[in-house]
Write a protein that binds this ligand. Structure first.
Ligand code: PHE
Length: 454
């Protein structure tokens, strides 16, 4: 049996397009529409955006290619794919632990991601029942604040998001994951364009563009560079195994690099559009760019409350946001589920229920960190902020670093040449970026952020 013939026991995507859409669905999510706009506001705007884009191009894209490659070559869930590759490439056995990161990290991220996805579901209801109509900025803000102040309400919507995530994952790769992604991504894109159009009519569009694209590097701190790097990983869903798991379902002949470039382009476009939709509203209504996690929920409803057909567009927007989050949340739990099915002999259903429940329980801590426990802080962060910081900004870049090192220092060159199937020039570019630029970049940013480099 040649290596390339290995098949995943979970099935395969039906086509290259299906893989592209599913991976784009995993990438495009709350990270683009909820997180990117608020972290860029907290980190001073344009300069942060520049650093983020540099991280995407020089670090995250080569690692995305690497991660898809590891998954497709291993043809198993990350834990077993790594074990397989370690054996095949005669790498030191400790590399197997890299696969385990996917189990832990995916889980931790899902626990809080699902809480925020719950906010988006709750806002579908608000939008559809016309709650935003005619409200000013202060009332929209008050509405959000009283919403997150209620643990029971957050818990209810968090439960809804975990349950719908489990339902899809339980149905398996093709029936569950694939069919969902196709329809709503284009819709989301169109509504964002429309909102950018609304932003142009607010009179603050120029100010917003200035904030987003005119860099003021004096606003950049070591921590904001760590955040920009971490977000490049988070938004592309790389660094722990989601993409490895998805890559293992990828058909053999599809080109890994061009697929990756498409995913990056779509993901970046959605993030920039979201920012260009939100910031005109922020400035037109005198709101705070540094408002934090509530930003999108405190700005776009103002636009929906005032624009023609706002009820319809508002509802569609939040529906699309939920779907984008949903296609991401299923991707977080997929590697873990796949592992328990392969190696522990569990049925898919059992794995989904047990793991989903555990993530749900952990999510309660995030629910509480927006109300009762908001003031319980470690390193100046509440539980949600700490979990988000550690997973996105430390664990994902670290996982990515390890993948890059494994693929370019421990795998045979001939294996990566074969699996990537690139032209010489493109292969060399990938190799230089993955072998030197990305690992060094990650190390410097992380150490600098931890204050170890002075
Ligand atoms: N990329 C997703 C988003 O932007 C989040 C995600 C992170 C999904 C890690 C899977 C793994 O919302």
């Amino acid at each position: 049996m040649t290596i390339a013939k290995r098949e995943s026991i979970h099935g395969q995507w039906s086509s290259r397009l299906a893989f592209v859409l599913a991976a784009t669905g995993a990438a495009v999510g709350l990270g683009n529409i909820w997180k990117f706009p608020y972290i860029l506001g907290q980190n001073g705007g344009g300069a942060f955006v520049m650093v983020y884009l540099a991280c995407i191009l020089l670090v995250a894209t080569p690692i995305l290619i690497t991660e898809i490659m590891l998954g497709r070559r291993g043809r198993r869930s990350p834990v077993n794919a790594m074990a397989e590759l370690v054996r095949e490439e005669r790498a030191p056995p400790a590399w197997r632990y890299l696969g385990w990161m996917s189990v832990v990290t995916g889980f931790l991220i899902l626990s809080y991601y699902s809480v925020i996805m719950g906010w988006a579901i709750a806002y579908v209801k608000q939008a559809a029942t016309g709650s935003f109509t005619g409200l000013d900025g202060a009332s929209i803000k008050g509405m959000f604040e009283s919403f997150v102040a209620s643990p029971m309400e957050l818990l209810f919507w968090h439960t809804v998001s975990i349950v719908i995530t489990m339902l899809v994952v339980a149905r398996g790769v093709r029936a569950g994951l694939e069919s969902f992604t196709t329809l709503f991504m284009p819709l989301l894109f169109v509504i964002l364009l429309l909102l950018v159009g609304y932003g142009m009519s607010t009179g603050a569009f120029g100010q917003a563009l200035g904030f987003l694209f005119a860099p003021d590097f004096s606003k950049l701190t070591a921590t904001s560079i760590v955040v920009a790097l971490g977000h490049a990983f988070f938004t592309l869903s790389i660094g722990f195994g989601t993409i490895m798991a998805y890559g293992s379902y990828m058909p053999e002949r599809a080109s890994i690099a061009s697929t990756a470039l498409f995913i990056v382009a779509a993901d970046t476009a959605v993030s920039l559009l979201a920012a260009m939709a939100i910031y005109p509203v922020v400035f037109a209504h005198g709101l705070e760019p540094g408002a934090g996690p509530g930003l999108v929920f405190q700005t776009l409803p103002i636009a929906f409350g005032q624009m023609p057909l706002g009820l319809m567009f508002g509802t569609l927007f939040f529906v699309a946001l939920v779907l984008a989050a949903w296609t991401s949340s299923i991707s977080m739990i997929e590697p873990v589920v796949a592992y328990f099915v392969e190696s522990r002999g569990w049925t898919r259903g059992r794995a989904v229920v047990v793991l989903g429940f555990a993530a749900w329980a952990l999510g309660i801590l995030t629910v509480l960190s927006f109300n009762h426990w908001a003031e319980i802080r470690l390193f100046g962060k509440n539980f949600f902020e700490l979990l988000d910081f550690v997973t996105s900004n430390i664990m994902l870049p670290f996982g990515g670093l390890m993948m890059a090192v494994f693929a370019t220092w421990f795998m045979r060159r001939s294996s990566t040449v074969e699996e990537l199937g690139l032209s010489n020039a493109a292969y060399t570019l990938w190799r230089v970026l993955t072998r030197y630029v990305a690992p060094l970049g990650i190390l410097v940013v992380l150490l600098n952020g931890l204050g170890l480099l002075g």
